[in-house]
Each structure stands twice: as C-alpha cells, then as structure tokens.
Design a protein around this ligand. Structure first.
Ligand SMILES: [Zn+2]
Length: 163
C-alpha cells in the first residue's frame, strides 16, 4: 500500500485551509474549490491504478487466491485503522480480484470471518490470542516455539484452509 492519501494529505490540508479562508461566493473561492476537487480526483485515480496493477498481477500469477472476509465496516469504526483502510480500499480491491478471477478462470476462496488466521500457529495449530493486539507483529507460539511474522503466519493458515 503506497498510501497515496497520506502523501497527499499535507497538500490537501493546505488546499482546504486556503479554501476556508476565501470569501463565500467569491471567484477565488470557486477556484480553491476546484483545486481541492482536482487533488481528490488525482488521489482516487492513483489508488485505482495501483489496485488494478496489483490485482492483475495476483490473478496472472496464481490459480487460486485465498482472502479473508474482513469486516471492513467494523474496522473503519476503529479510528486508528479507519484512514489506512479507507486508503487501501479493501472492498474495491476484493471486487477487482473477484471479477478478474471470473475473466481468467481463477478461483477465489473466501475464509469464513470467524476463522482465526492470525491467532493459529501455522506449525502446530495451537491458538493464542497474542496477535489480537495489532501492534504484535510477530507470532511466537507458546507450545512449539515457532517464531514468524504475523502476516506470513496468517497466510500459511489461509493456504492450509484452502488446501
Ligand atoms: Zn506452534
């Protein structure tokens, strides 16, 4: 996720500040409004372009793709996560993966939303709640001692589920 919004956020904040300082109904206000709208459009296009590239690459390189049924709506309620999730556009990405999978006869498997992909040890299957805390980036299994990046561990569990 290149976080286009983040990069453009400063510029957007400046343009919005400029806009708020213009007198209502003035020509300068109209111009400032157009500038804000244009930047929003640019960010949206950059994001779409990136999502298209990544989804096409994934579809080209894989016969089967396993995704999690993330409850985006619930996650967006969490303010810390909201911005970065909106930035990545999960729902749009999933939509692209699904229709491209149809075009190229690929299979998309959706893991059930109650599947604890990040809490299971991909080696011994033990379940541990340590990764419920999103700041915990490494899975350390208290049973078999396996140590792995949380996302790689979760991916291995999703692969097992798919197989
Ligand atoms: Zn283990």
């Amino acid at each position: 996720n290149p976080k286009y919004l983040k990069k453009s956020a400063k510029r957007l904040a400046k343009l919005q500040k400029d806009l708020s300082r213009k007198q209502k109904g003035s020509n300068n206000r109209k111009k400032a409004k157009i500038k804000v709208a244009k930047l929003h459009e640019k960010i949206s296009n950059q994001r779409k372009d990136m999502l298209h590239k990544v989804s096409t690459q994934l579809i080209n390189e894989n016969q089967v793709i396993v995704i999690e049924d993330l409850k985006v709506r619930n996650m967006v309620k969490n303010h810390k996560l909201a911005k970065s999730i909106a930035d990545v556009s999960w729902s749009e990405f999933r939509r692209m993966l699904e229709y491209k999978a149809k075009w190229y006869s690929r299979k998309i498997i959706v893991a059930p939303s109650n599947y604890a992909s990040s809490q299971l040890c991909s080696d011994c299957g033990n379940q541990s709640s340590q990764t419920k805390d999103l700041s915990c980036r490494t899975y350390i299994c208290p049973v078999c001692g396996m140590i792995m990046d949380r996302n790689i561990n979760a991916s291995k569990n999703l692969l097992k589920l798919a197989i």
